[in-house]
Design a protein around this ligand. Structure first.
Ligand SMILES: [Cu+2]
Length: 162
């Protein structure tokens, strides 16, 4: 007959061992995250805004980078800068950081959810959908009084005909 308490102790020890084994994996998530200087990141953002300027969207500079580009996106209470116009089917390297506090980039219809942390750069490879359209982007990490206003739109446009 198995002692109930012994069984519970063994089960708990096994679970603890399993979660300890997972820890290193969780700490080294597949999205590359590195420390970054805030000013350097902001300069990279501004450089992209100059290179691919495409007017404004909701008062924020908008860029239309060609597929294959490295896009620097800065979260800032309470906007995302710059606004993005992507090419349908295009793949991009998205560099994410924050100018102030922790923000969460959520684009539900694209299935994107990444953290934007101050002092860190997160790099993710994303592919725009094949179908042109407009996608809501919002902040899902409470970041202050204007948190609910921290939205943007990602525009996906057809690739230019050759
Ligand atoms: Cu936010």
């Amino acid at each position: 007959m198995i002692d109930g308490r012994l069984f519970a102790a063994v089960a708990a020890a096994t679970l603890a061992g399993a979660s300890l084994a997972l820890l290193p994996r969780l700490a080294l998530s597949p999205q590359a995250t590195t420390r970054i200087d805030r000013t350097a990141f902001m300069e990279a953002t501004l450089k992209g805004e100059r290179a691919w300027a495409d007017g404004k969207r909701d008062g924020v500079p908008r860029i239309a980078p060609p597929p294959g580009s490295d896009i620097y996106l800065m979260a800032n209470r309470y906007d995302w800068r710059p606004a993005l116009k992507l090419t349908a089917g295009g793949t991009y390297r998205l560099h994410l950081s924050s100018a102030d506090v922790l923000h969460g980039l959520l684009a539900p219809s694209l299935g994107w959810r990444f953290e934007a942390a101050p002092g860190y750069e997160r790099v993710v490879t994303v592919t725009a959908p094949d179908v042109p359209g407009t996608h809501l982007l919002l902040c899902d990490e409470f970041c202050g009084d204007g948190h609910h206003l921290m939205t943007s739109r990602i525009e996906v446009v057809p690739s230019p005909q050759p």
